[in-house]
Design a protein around this ligand. Structure first.
Ligand SMILES: [Zn+2]
Ligand SMILES: [Zn+2]
Length: 720
């Protein structure tokens, strides 16, 4: 007897082990028809999978009960479609060797080796898609079969694909006791692939698909190994969903901050300066400054103190904080002191020894490393004490240790708490060059950082304060679709620092604070840092893409490491709790996200240039200059285009530069002391506005940081 518990809590009993498909059929014929797979005790499986034991079973269909698209269904569809695409490509390019083909969040890919140099191109997509359509129309079942490891390896060996052998080897190393294949149809007769599964029941269930693009890749991501071709595709349950996706992709390309950043001259990345290091141009710097001023003003209202700290710190600082050497893979290498470096050179020190001495490895071992490297040691006793560690500096990967030292620099009483130190602090992290991406993945970035040193009883209120700031800023930027993730302890974790009772309180504080935001939030056990719970922000942009921004983290660890204290009412030292918060992550990432969110059309207050005055001819030049002066006197960033081109041409340029307002002025406007107003994105002239009203209206819109076209803007005053 097998007892199956369904998602609604009801239980079905089967005399013998049913397949997941039979469970679906027992619920209803409709479900059996629409089922694509199942989750059995949380694991995603084929419908053909037999369920031998009592289990919780949820049938996977294209849509969840609430009408949302099921991520499980998309996973199954895309993984299955990857097989279909691989078969189609092998039909067209018989010598192609398959490497690895996983589903992704919105697509899938298959890495392939085209051995004879004849590599498929985008021109082949249509042919591949036609072949795929044939395989889908044949509606062949995905049929799983398994072999013991030894037999499976022998089979793969005979087939002669080193890639598949390697995949199998890794599966075995990860604990697989059998190897499995999926035939698209009948094993031994139809196309097949070594695969863990699961898949949809048959090829006919793949509703809509598309071959998207090609990229080059390397086997195991290693440039020294085979150069591969990565073929991207995607699949959806319906044609409408696919079309919607393709539209969104096009929209995403139109909004790409790397393209817009160049076009609008907001930032520059220069090979000679270094990859992943952002050069903020004058225009981009205006956007950043406006954001920093805005955030800074809100911080002052909340009682934060602004601080500045240097870009480097001694290794001792980061050894104390724990950031070095444990995280050195993600940091720039340490900078040894010049005198030490010279002495080490003179004593024939190897790189390995230098690194060991910087890391703080026992000096004797550092010497051994040197001897193993076969260095000729020239009078080391004379030049360098063999027992000495080498000091040096680190480009700062985090601002926290510096802020902890500012807190520790003077005594604090319980009455002064909390102490809130804020800095737009620049930090440096080592990202692999393949991971770098415009402004959103970089090697140097400025966090909107702050550290709050609080009493235990203040944690809840201060976490709440951090979130209220986020709420204000997101609302101002029109980013109303965001959610928070609350990272909590593992239920059975012993790796956490701090008193469990305090953890309970801090976790509750994070939960409560998240609830007050009135946005969706999820609790994620196991996602807390070892030193405290945290809250992450994930914002959805206007085209529905999710961006992980920054965090608020409670920390019991760093105050211990830096032995921080404040005097309590009992006049004895008490340990503060630290809250780290950088809710927008970094200015680089945040600006990159904002460029995409606004498609480069920033609200007036953020835009580098806010008004462009366009005189129709030389005759209205003086009036144009008068308007310019009046705007500038109110702090509006305005220019005037005195060029000889026709005004239509000037309008076109200003539109391309995404200037929020154009003020067109001709002799008649001058006579009547009005301006003809145009707004970005609006085809026609909005209409006329009195000179003073226009200047005051724009200045007011900027001061109130209104979104483009929102009530109260100049644009809205025309009712358009
Ligand atoms: Zn597969
Ligand atoms: Zn920090």
């Amino acid at each position: 007897m097998v007892r199956i518990t369904l998602p609604d809590g009801s239980v079905k009993e089967f005399a013998s082990a049913p397949t997941a498909g039979e469970v679906a059929a027992s619920i209803g014929a409709g479900l059996a028809k629409s089922a694509l797979g199942a989750r059995v005790d949380g694991e995603l499986v084929d419908l053909a999978q037999r369920i031998e034991r009592d289990a919780k079973v949820a049938i996977v269909t294209a849509k969840n009960r609430d009408g949302t698209v099921s991520p499980d269904a998309l996973y199954l569809l895309r993984h299955s479609c990857a097989h279909v695409m691989a078969e189609a490509i092998q039909r067209l390019f018989p010598s192609v060797q398959l490497v690895y083909g996983p589903p992704l969040e919105t697509s899938f890919y298959y890495d392939m080796l085209f051995p004879d140099g004849k590599i498929m191109s985008a021109d082949d997509f249509e042919k591949v898609e036609a072949e795929m359509a044939r395989i889908v129309a044949e509606n062949r079942p995905f049929t799983r079969y398994e072999m013991p490891v030894a037999d499976g390896m022998a089979k793969l060996g005979k087939e002669g694909s080193k890639f598949k052998l390697d995949n199998a080897q890794r599966a075995v190393e990860a604990g697989s006791t059998t190897l499995s294949w999926y035939a698209t149809g009948e094993p031994g007769k139809d196309w097949e692939d070594l695969c863990r599964g699961p898949h949809v029941p048959s090829t006919g269930r793949i509703g809509a698909f598309k071959v998207l693009s090609l990229a080059s890749s390397y086997w195991k991501g290693d440039e020294k190994l085979d150069r591969l071709t990565r073929v991207y595709g995607t699949a959806f349950a319906t044609k409408e969903e696919l079309e919607q996706h393709v539209r969104l992709q096009e929209e995403a390309r139109r909004r790409d901050h790397r393209v817009l950043g160049k076009q609008l001259r907001l930032f520059h990345i220069d090979e000679m300066v270094g990859q992943g290091l952002i050069l903020w141009t004058p225009k981009g710097s205006i956007v950043r400054n406006e954001l920093q001023n805005f955030i800074g003003a809100e911080l002052r209202k909340q009682g934060y103190h602004q601080v500045f700290t240097p870009h480097i710190g001694k290794l001792d600082l980061y050894k104390t904080s724990g950031h070095f050497p444990y995280y050195k893979e993600s940091q720039f290498p340490a900078i040894p002191e010049g005198d030490d470096l010279a002495a080490l050179c003179d004593s024939g020190c190897s790189c390995a020894e230098l690194v060991a001495r910087l890391d703080g490895v026992a000096p004797q071992f550092a010497r051994e490393l040197n001897e193993r490297a076969g260095r000729e040691v020239i009078g080391p006793e004379r030049v360098m004490d063999p027992n000495r560690l080498v000091n040096g500096f680190l480009l700062k990967p985090m601002n926290c240790p510096h802020h902890a030292k500012i807190f520790a620099s003077e005594p604090h009483s319980y009455r002064d708490m909390p102490v809130r130190l804020a800095e737009f602090g620049t930090v440096y992290r080592w990202e692999q060059s393949g991971e770098l991406n415009g402004m959103t993945r970089v090697r140097g970035f400025t966090q909107d950082d702050a550290h709050l040193f609080v009493r235990e009883d203040q944690v809840a209120e201060e976490v709440l304060g951090c979130l209220s700031l986020v709420k204000i800023i997101f609302a101002t930027l029109g980013m109303n679709d965001y959610r928070v993730r609350v990272g909590l302890r593992d239920p059975d974790g012993s790796k956490y620092v701090g008193d469990p009772a305090n953890w309970d309180k801090a976790e509750q504080a994070c939960r409560d604070a998240a609830k007050t935001l009135g946005v969706p939030f999820s609790e994620e056990p196991g996602e807390a840092a070892f030193y405290g719970p945290k809250i992450d922000f994930v914002v959805k942009d206007v085209i529905g893409r999710s961006w992980q921004l920054g965090t608020v983290q409670v920390d019991y660890n760093l105050p211990i490491r830096f032995d921080l204290s404040y005097a309590g009412p009992d006049n004895r030292p008490h340990r503060p709790v630290m809250i780290h918060r950088a809710p927008f992550g970094s200015m680089e990432r945040f600006c990159g996200v904002l460029i995409e969110h606004f498609a480069g059309a920033f609200p007036c207050w953020l835009n580098p240039e806010q008004v462009r005055v366009l005189p129709i001819s030389e005759k209205s030049a003086a009036y144009a200059d008068e308007l310019l002066a009046a705007l500038k006197a109110r702090g509006v960033r305005a220019t005037v285009d005195h060029g000889n081109e026709r005004v239509q041409a000037k309008i076109k340029v200003a539109a391309e530069e995404k200037i929020p307002y154009m003020a067109v002025v001709g002799p008649r406007d001058a006579e009547n002391r009005v301006v003809s107003v145009r707004a970005r994105g609006v085809e026609a002239n909005l209409g006329e506005m009195p000179f003073d009203a226009f200047v005051a209206g724009v200045a007011d819109e900027i001061e109130r940081r209104l979104l483009s076209g929102a009530p109260g803007t100049v644009q809205a005053s025309f009712g358009k």
